[in-house]
Write a protein that binds this ligand. Structure first.
Ligand code: BTN
Length: 326
């Protein structure tokens, strides 16, 4: 009930009477008063005035269970939501939750990770109080080879979430890094539990650099944070809610065709390096070509010097712009 009270007070932006809260949530005045008291203890500034009711005054940024729940506007993506102040890795936690029967849509969010995981066995810098780390659990009934298309769906959702929350238009570096300008603000790591032709579950982990921070030297040259780019504080809870909202809609589009055909146009419009020269860092040998965007199944179309188009599959292959990361 605390998150619902919070959502109502925020939405109203004015006093809400105790009577209305009692009726809305079918509880006693004492229960409302207690819930408001707990919210105040958590740091929310809520004025209680006789004959007027309760008013939420702006108390700065909150990032926690109630705040996140109160912002969530989705039907299933992000429910249930579990917030941790500190966790090893939200991906690992989501996998454990999946093994223990958590439903599709369950979301693990953390303020800090002590063992954040990146792609290719790298770690993900996860300091407290400044960024967003979350993992969404899916239990799809399509085939395992379609699962690789879920990371581009999430990349689009993150780009849209950033656009809504901060007004910036991000780019996407194939397959799923989200950029502002030529710097990475978000990484996505999807992990699957598969048995033969059957997906047990997929977890999609997202790390977004939000607040001003000092990056470790190895990532500093190519990392950005949203606050720096948009010049004001970014509400982390709203960002998570906006990404979930966008993901729910895009996932529906994806399910309708079973591939990216309904999303490829939008994805390609954000994709950096379209119609430009890229280097394909294939473990079997590096080569160059002109990138022409993704196919409906998510491969990158790259035209070699002889005019032949090659489809590049995500995985071990990395694609860079001519002179660097982007
Ligand atoms: C990348 O290397 O680009 C992917 C980074 C993914 C990081 C996120 S943070 C939340 C989730 N939990 C993890 O341990 N990793 C992902």
């Amino acid at each position: 009930m605390k998150s619902e009270i919070l959502a109502l007070l925020r939405q109203r932006g004015d006093f809400v009477s105790g009577q209305e809260l009692c009726e809305r949530f079918q509880v006693s005045r004492t229960a409302v008063w207690k819930a408001v008291g707990q919210l105040k203890k958590e740091g929310y500034e809520i004025q209680a005035v006789q004959n007027k009711g309760y008013l939420l005054t702006d108390g700065g940024e909150f990032f926690g269970q109630n705040e996140l729940e109160s912002r969530m506007a989705t039907r299933w993506a992000g429910h249930p939501l579990t917030y941790y102040e500190t966790i090893g890795s939200t991906n690992l936690q989501a996998k454990m939750d999946a093994e223990n029967g958590a439903p599709q849509g369950a979301l693990v969010v953390a303020d800090m990770q002590t063992a954040g995981r990146g792609r290719r066995g790298r770690s993900w810098n996860s300091p407290p109080g400044t960024n967003v780390y979350f993992t969404l659990l899916l239990k799809p009934d399509f085939s395992p080879d379609q699962a690789a298309m879920l990371t581009p769906v999430m990349a689009l959702a993150v780009a849209e979430g950033i656009r809504r929350t901060c007004g910036l238009t991000p780019g996407i570096k194939w397959p799923n890094d989200v950029l502002i300008g030529d710097k990475k603000v978000c990484g996505i790591l999807a992990e699957l539990s598969v048995e033969q032709d059957f997906i047990h579950y997929v977890v999609i982990g997202v790390g977004i650099n939000v607040g001003l921070q000092e990056f470790p030297p190895e990532v500093a040259p190519k990392a950005a944070c949203l606050q720096q780019e948009c010049g004001r504080r970014v509400d982390r809870a709203q960002l998570v809610a906006d990404v979930m909202d966008a993901f729910e809609a895009y996932y529906q589009v994806f399910l309708e065709s079973g591939d990216l055909s309904g999303l490829a146009g939008q994805y390609n419009s954000l994709l950096v390096n379209v119609d430009r020269e890229v280097k394909v860092l294939d473990p079997k040998g590096e080569w160059s070509g002109i990138s022409h965007g993704i196919t409906p199944t998510g491969e990158l179309r790259v035209e070699r010097a002889d005019g032949v188009e090659t489809l590049v599959y995500a995985g071990e292959v990395s694609v860079r712009g001519r002179n660097g990361y982007v």
